[in-house]
Design a protein. Structure first.
Length: 424
């Protein structure tokens, strides 16, 4: 028998938007206790049906009948600043653009990217050796910005570094703004202004870039220099979205992982030993780094970079006996599933060991979304993560922290307060 999901209206003015922004996991867990795994809430002035089961999550991600639009699903939150990014495209259009972008993530291209970032990592380690401690999130954010600058922005005049960093930051901050109207002085207004300037920058760069280079930007331009390829403007649109996808997500993953290493001396020592056997630019060796892989997997479990995925219902359909009307929204929550004790032993505990020596695939694990919109850069994200933690472990005998880490897990994971890591 088909049924309608129960509705929780939330605050009469803001719905659930503020509570969701402050602690989405706590909000959804409380609503699950009240209504079960399927219910309807109000986010950013839109009614959204939440499905918090592995089977519904898989069904909506795979979307065999093209019932769910990612483009229209993300438009009311990301759309204005990240319009026409890969996640904001659908069906045949998405397939076409993904196919053209895919070539920039082939194996030899990824190896070149790893070569390019080695001097940046060496400089980072050299800088850390002059200190006794560092601010974790601030340092990871700065490191990822420098790597992004090298891979995404091509050659940059030093005088423009601060300007580009501000544009970069403003565009990303707009994605998490509760206010979705571009009023003066709002994050969204600043983000839209940053978007226009970044579009101009990337479009001009695409016109003149040396395609003999091996940066991600150069690869993207090079693979589209033909009649069926992307225009320079389309390349610019994709670059802005890739910045969001690559920067803040890796920053947050590294932040939680390095904090765990600072509190788990045994695992850190095992990682140090493993790092001795790994060449950081060799993909085969990186893949075999089981300790680092388990740390990466646990970071993606505890705080998935896309904690919730929104879809627009294209036509009337049914999901697990619930009737959904065309023109409404649905959301699925890897963050919720990844922290649900029905699917994980002691999910509150940050424990990389759970991913060691296990060939079982957990049905409730969706670290890179799924279906046609599975993360294009998931392999490079893993290799970059391992490069950073191996560099750290191979250069410092001890890292420690006496401070606890509190992560706000959505819309994009970030620590509520930075903390110091002591190194020696």
């Amino acid at each position: 028998m088909m049924t309608k999901p129960p509705l929780d209206k939330g605050n009469i003015i803001f719905g659930h938007s503020i509570k969701f922004n402050n602690d989405a996991l706590a909000l959804v867990n409380n609503l699950q206790k009240k209504y079960g795994d399927v219910f309807e809430i109000s986010i950013l002035n839109q009614r959204v049906t939440m499905f918090m089961t592995p089977s519904a999550t898989k069904h909506i991600y795979l979307d065999a009948e093209d019932n769910f639009s990612s483009k229209h699903g993300w438009e009311f939150s990301l759309g204005k600043t990240f319009e026409n990014g890969l996640m904001l495209r659908d069906f045949d259009d998405h397939k076409f653009h993904r196919g053209l972008l895919q070539d920039s993530f082939r194996r030899d291209a990824l190896m070149n990217y790893l070569l390019i970032i080695q001097p940046i990592l060496d400089d980072w380690i050299r800088d850390l050796k002059e200190k006794k401690s560092f601010n974790l999130y601030e340092t990871m954010k700065e490191l990822m910005f420098k790597i992004s600058l090298k891979l995404f922005f091509d050659e940059v005049d030093d005088s423009r570094l601060k300007e580009l960093e501000k544009l970069f930051t403003d565009s990303i901050k707009s994605a998490t703004s509760v206010v979705r109207t571009p009023l003066p002085f709002t994050k969204l207004k600043k983000g839209l202004k940053a978007r226009q300037e970044l579009l101009t920058y990337f479009e001009n760069k695409a016109e003149s870039i040396d395609t003999n280079k091996t940066t991600l930007f150069s690869e993207l331009v090079k693979t589209n220099k033909h009649d069926a390829g992307l225009s320079n403007f389309e390349i610019a649109e994709h670059m802005i979205f890739l910045l969001l996808a690559a920067h803040d997500t890796t920053t947050s993953t590294l932040t939680s992982a390095i904090h765990h290493l600072s509190t788990n001396k045994i695992f850190y020592d095992e990682l140090r030993k493993e790092s001795e056997e790994i060449t950081l630019t060799d993909i085969s060796e990186l893949k075999n780094g089981t300790k680092a892989e388990s740390l990466f997997s646990e970071a993606m479990r505890k705080y998935p970079p896309v904690p919730f995925s929104v879809r627009y219902v294209m036509r009337d359909t049914i999901v697990e006996d619930y009737k959904l009307d065309g023109g409404t929204y649905v959301a699925i929550g890897p963050l919720v599933l990844h922290n649900d004790q029905r699917y994980w032993d002691d999910p509150e505990t940050y424990n990389p060991i759970r991913f060691l020596n296990s060939d079982d695939v957990n049905e409730a694990y969706f670290p890179f979304s799924g279906g046609a919109h599975t993360c294009l850069g998931k392999f490079f994200a893993s290799y970059l993560f391992k490069n950073v933690v191996y560099k750290l472990a191979s250069n410092f005998t001890n890292i420690s922290s006496t401070e606890s880490l509190s992560i706000n897990p959505a819309p994009i994971p970030y620590p509520r307060k930075d903390l110091k890591i002591i190194i020696s």
